[in-house]
Structure formats: C-alpha cells, structure tokens
Design a binder for this molecule. Sequence first.
Ligand code: FE2
Ligand code: FE2
Length: 202
Amino acid sequence: MGSTGVLAESGMSDKASKRPKQTGDNRLPGDPDRETLIERMIRVDHAGEFGAARIYAGQLAVLGKHPVGDTIRHMAQQEEKHLAAFEEMIVERRVRPTLLSPIWNAAGFALGAATAAMGEKAAMACTVAVEDVIQEHYAEQSAQLGEDQAELRDLIDEFRAEEIEHKETGLAHDAEQAPGYRVMLEFIKAGSRAAIWLSTRI
Ligand SMILES: [Fe+2]
Ligand SMILES: [Fe+2]
C-alpha cells in the first residue's frame, strides 16, 4: 500500500512537471498569493526604476558637463525607458504605486549628487552598487515568473541585461578605485536592499 502511494505521488509530479511553469509555482507556505506577488513586483520595480532615474539625474546635476557626462546620460535615458514601461504597467494593471515615492525622489537624487560630488569614480561606485542589487533583484523576480506572465518576465530580463551593462560601465570607469570603495559599496547596497524591501510592501 505504501508503494502504491509513492507511485501515485510520482505520477502526479510527472504531470505537474509537464505543465508550463506558472508564476509563483515556487512559492513557499506563507508567501503572498499569485496576484499579490505580481502586484508587489510591479510596485517595487516601478519604485526602483524611479529611484534609479533620480540617482542618475543627481549625478548629471554634478557631472553633466564632465567628460563622463555622456556615458551617464546614456544610462539615465535607459532608466527613463525602464521607468516609462513600469509606469504604463502600473496604470494598465491598476497597481497602487508605492507611497514612498517622495522619499525615493529626494533620496535618489541626493545619493547621485553626493557621490558625484566625491568624483567620477565615486559616482561609478554608486552605480556599481545600485545596479548590482537591481540586477540580482530582477533575476529573482524572473525566476518566480511563469508562462502566464511571459510579457512581464521578458521585460524584466531585457531590463536586467541593461542594468548589468550599467554595472559594467561603472567598473570600466574605475569604480573600484574610488576612495573607500568597499565600504561605500556595502553601504549603498544595504540601502538599496532596504528600499526594495520597503517599496514591495508600502
Ligand atoms: Fe533600470
Ligand atoms: Fe540601470
């Protein structure tokens, strides 16, 4: 009887593995339901892209006319494109945006401007920290999304590739030579992770 039970179970899991992957299949007990999960993703991504756009705006306020200005402007333009896509999605899917936008507006700009004021390498160190957290966050989301959300997943994968490019741009511009690089990196990463945590929920 015990062996029949095992066979029946393995039969079931075979069937389940042939079904195209659905969003939230790898949810754990106590995790939010599928709808909430997707809503939270869009909310936090919208907030993240807004924050990123503000960081680059802050950097450009200081370094806009510097030789590195065009490189930063290119990344800023990509962030504006990412932000516009999530803005559209928030309206289409009627997702409530984060209530923390005014904070990310000011904090993002301040972070960008402050690191840029420390110099080009510090600005690039900020970019490396933020982009690494965002690309990691997008990878986690992409892994949670199934065929039912293929459009959102493809968008996230596309944006993630650009965030990785931004991180690499930062490294190519000697981010690692910024004074106090390690400390700054960990500090900004921790702040970015906290912002993600908050914007998912509030
Ligand atoms: Fe972005
Ligand atoms: Fe980026």
